[in-house]
Design a protein around this ligand. Structure first.
Ligand code: NAI
Ligand code: MG
Length: 369
């Protein structure tokens, strides 16, 4: 039986509550003999600051580096609003992304039929939607230099952000997108703005070449990023994998998210480069939402984004695609049965707690397996 090392970082607020539900799922797969999991828990965010005076300790960083996958809850909360900038809870998340080299952010947008009415769009436009946004995460305008606000001689101020991409950065994100498309419906839509940006011109050229030389079997189309935003709300099911830069990916993935309903439903994965020796890649899996201080400690959090993130770990880090499919089918079955946490319930509908939702997923796994 394959054995995997999971490093669990629950974080703050509802992070700790939803991680408990993932631990139950991990235990279930282990008990069924699907894999052996060594799990270790660490501290990140405000909870780490309270103990170590920083948002993640070097010892926990080392455990993250050594793991097969990091499973991350969420960080932050009003309790830590006044801590020094470098120790703020988000610094833990940023250090993990940077030190693990997590350049590829995967955000699926899946519309479960049972929740199609929770979408901001009409049911027929989103029902059955299953797209994947692959966003470059460590380059582009959020990191490019110069990045500054300068005061000009006439006293006016001028702010500068710089969008920078090199061939290598575009090649590796394109490869991730093409590889994922092969496991799905075999189509990549690359979104940039080559009409007005040099980075868009290079992006277009590099993705085209990688596609032609290495993935001739995968359909590739180029779409201008603004048109992509429009198409996402007009006819989103035309897409399979959307590959885009950091800034456009930030916006497009939030648009796609709202096609599917609540923040409490949205998982994500962040992947690093594959180690040529071990063949493994660093990876972290986390819900898209934050620590939700408004509902923390009340048992109200929806654990599905967190459990869905673990399903992505099964698929992308542990090579257990069948187990991932099973877990996602269990989640869909629970939603079909009508169970709702408060965030996905309609007014007047009965709601269940975090624990009841987690227990229902386990019960569905028992029934389906
Ligand atoms: P948030 O995502 O924590 O919450 C936004 C709204 O969605 C809240 O009303 C919350 O109750 C609800 N919500 C979020 N997740 C939910 C779930 N699983 N089930 C049910 N309802 C859910 O974003 P917000 O309020 O802007 O930030 C709160 C804290 O989280 C801040 O300290 C922020 O910095 C941090 N944050 C951390 C992130 C991370 O760790 N990756 C991402 C976003 C925010
Ligand atoms: Mg965003």
């Amino acid at each position: 039986m394959a054995s995997f090392n999971l490093f669990l970082l629950p974080g703050d607020g509802i992070g700790t509550e939803i991680m408990v539900e993932v631990e139950k799922v991990v235990a279930w797969f282990q008990a069924r003999g699907i894999a052996r999991f060594e799990t270790e828990r660490g501290l990140v965010g405000g909870s780490a600051y309270d103990v170590h005076g920083k948002a993640i300790s070097d010892a926990d960083m080392a455990l993250a580096q050594a793991s097969d996958a990091v499973i991350f809850g969420a960080v932050g909360g009003p309790k830590w609003d006044a801590v020094p900038y470098d120790a703020r809870p988000e610094a833990g998340l940023l250090r993990l992304r940077k030190d693990l080299g997590l350049f590829a952010n995967l955000r699926p947008a899946i519309c479960y039929p049972a929740l199609a009415d929770a979408s901001s769009l009409k049911r027929e436009i989103v029902e059955g939607l299953d797209i994947l946004i692959v966003r470059e995460l460590t380059g582009g305008v959020y990191f490019g230099e110069p990045k500054e606000i300068v005061t000009l001689e006439n006293g006016e101020k001028r702010a500068v952000d710089t969008q920078v991409y090199s061939t290598h950065e575009i090649e590796r994100i394109a490869r991730v997108a093409f590889e994922l498309a092969r496991t799905r419906r075999n189509k990549v839509s690359s979104a940039e703005k080559r009409n007005v940006m040099k980075t868009g011109v290079l992006w277009n050229q590099v993705v085209t070449r990688v596609g032609r030389e290495e993935f001739a079997d995968v359909e590739l189309e180029h779409v201008l990023a603004d048109n992509c935003a429009m198409q996402l709300v007009r006819r989103p099911k035309q897409y399979d994998v959307i590959c885009t830069d950091n800034l456009f990916g930030d916006v497009l993935s939030d648009i796609a998210a709202m096609l599917t309903g609540s923040l409490g439903m949205l998982p994500s994965a962040s992947l690093g480069e594959t180690d040529p020796v071990t063949g493994k890649r660093k990876a972290m899996y986390e819900p898209v939402h934050g620590s939700a201080p408004d509902i923390a400690g009340k048992g109200l959090a929806n654990p599905i984004a967190m459990i869905g993130s673990f399903a992505m770990a099964l698929r992308y880090s542990l090579d257990l695609g069948d187990a991932a499919d099973l877990l996602e089918t269990a989640i869909a079955a629970v939603l079909d049965s009508g169970l709702r946490t408060a965030d996905i319930a309609k007014v007047g509908e009965n709601t269940v707690s975090t624990k009841e939702m987690g227990d229902a997923v386990i019960a569905a796994l028992d029934r389906l397996a």
